[in-house]
Design a protein around this ligand. Structure first.
Ligand SMILES: *[C@@H]1O[C@H](CO)[C@@H](O)[C@H](O)[C@H]1NC(C)=O
Ligand SMILES: *[C@@H]1O[C@H](CO)[C@@H](O)[C@H](O)[C@H]1NC(C)=O
Length: 298
């Protein structure tokens, strides 16, 4: 089943069949709590629409009919575990998008996206994820959430190492993008990324394809954030490799694939909560994209 004898072969084979040691990602090193916003992050635009609470250990982004806002990490990173606790705006949030993503800043950029698409009160918001490599995206997946994301903080994380990119919600994997370099699919490995979050009005497309418009009577929309610690290899923007590569906890064997328990959780997400997956969209991709092919679930 492992396809080639190149050093990349362990990376993208039928990973669902691989039973790893039972260490799970939850066993990752504990993060320090209460790191203030300003240690690792700066506002990107509309500085007056960001509020700092408890000395910056909690931050709020405010969207009104005048502007949205956003912030970004000071540092650039190659590989790591990037996590943010977010509480989405409550109530009628049709048209409102909250994003948390990593992106490199160059031309053929790499990007790893969480985008929360709001909805009318009582209707389900959507979490859309996407992965860009070398400037190529079009890899959308969409899920409904099994909880109300505006009621409490949940942690949204990206694990990124040389083997895989894993999207997690509260340590439950919701998406995996394996390194399929051996199949000719570019994988982010040499373009440092910054971490971003933003809140803005996207009622031209976000909710029911743009049919539902933002209800400004419910403004201001407020997204709240905690957990500004960053667990990544910090480099200069121009760096092509990370000095500690191969030595950090996210490089360890047990983080190179999901373990059996995590594959079960991912399968649950796919079965019960997924509403769109580009991998299975035959009208858009008559030929299955290579990185989807080796996933035995799809
Ligand atoms: C924006 O909202 C404010 C406060 O609700 C309101 O007074 C103002 O008229 C609104 N402006 C526009 C252009 O809708
Ligand atoms: C909003 O609710 C409608 C109706 O339940 C649903 O079709 C749609 O997927 C929901 N989410 C978004 C972001 O449009």
């Amino acid at each position: 089943m492992a396809s080639s004898s190149s050093s990349w072969s362990p990376v993208c084979f039928l990973s669902g069949l691989l039973l790893m040691a039972s260490t799970s990602m939850a066993a990752a090193p504990r993060k320090p709590v209460n790191v203030p916003f300003g240690r690792n992050y700066v506002p990107t635009w509309a500085f007056d629409h960001i509020k700092y609470i408890n000395g910056g250990s909690e931050t709020q982004l405010v969207l009104d009919n005048y502007t949205g806002t956003g912030f970004q990490s000071k540092g650039s990173y190659l590989f790591g575990h990037f996590s943010m606790k977010i509480k989405l705006p409550p109530g009628d949030t049709a048209g409102v998008v909250t994003a948390f993503y990593l992106s490199s800043t160059n031309n053929e950029h790499d990007e790893i996206d969480f985008e929360f698409l709001g909805n009318r009160t009582g209707e389900p918001p959507i979490l859309q994820t996407n992965v860009f490599t070398g400037g190529k995206g079009d890899r959308e997946q969409r899920i409904y959430l099994w909880f109300d994301p505006s009621k409490a903080y949940h942690s949204y994380s990206v694990l990124w190492n040389l083997y895989q990119i894993v999207f997690l919600i509260d340590d439950i994997p919701i998406r995996v993008f394996k390194n399929c370099k051996d199949l000719g699919v570019r994988f982010p490995f040499n373009q440092p990324m910054k971490i971003y979050s933003s809140l803005w009005n996207a009622d031209d497309w976000a909710t029911r394809g743009g049919l539902e418009k933002t209800n400004w009577a419910n403004a201001p929309f407020i997204a709240s954030y905690q957990g500004f610690h960053v667990d990544g290899c910090q480099t200069s923007v121009e760096a092509k490799f990370c000095a500690t590569q191969g030595k950090m906890w996210w490089d360890r064997e047990e983080f190179r694939d999901l373990d059996a328990y995590q594959w079960r959780r991912l399968r649950w997400v796919r079965k019960k909560w997924t509403i769109y997956n580009y991998c299975t969209d035959r009208s858009r991709y008559p030929v299955t994209p290579p990185e989807c092919k080796r996933d035995r679930d799809l």
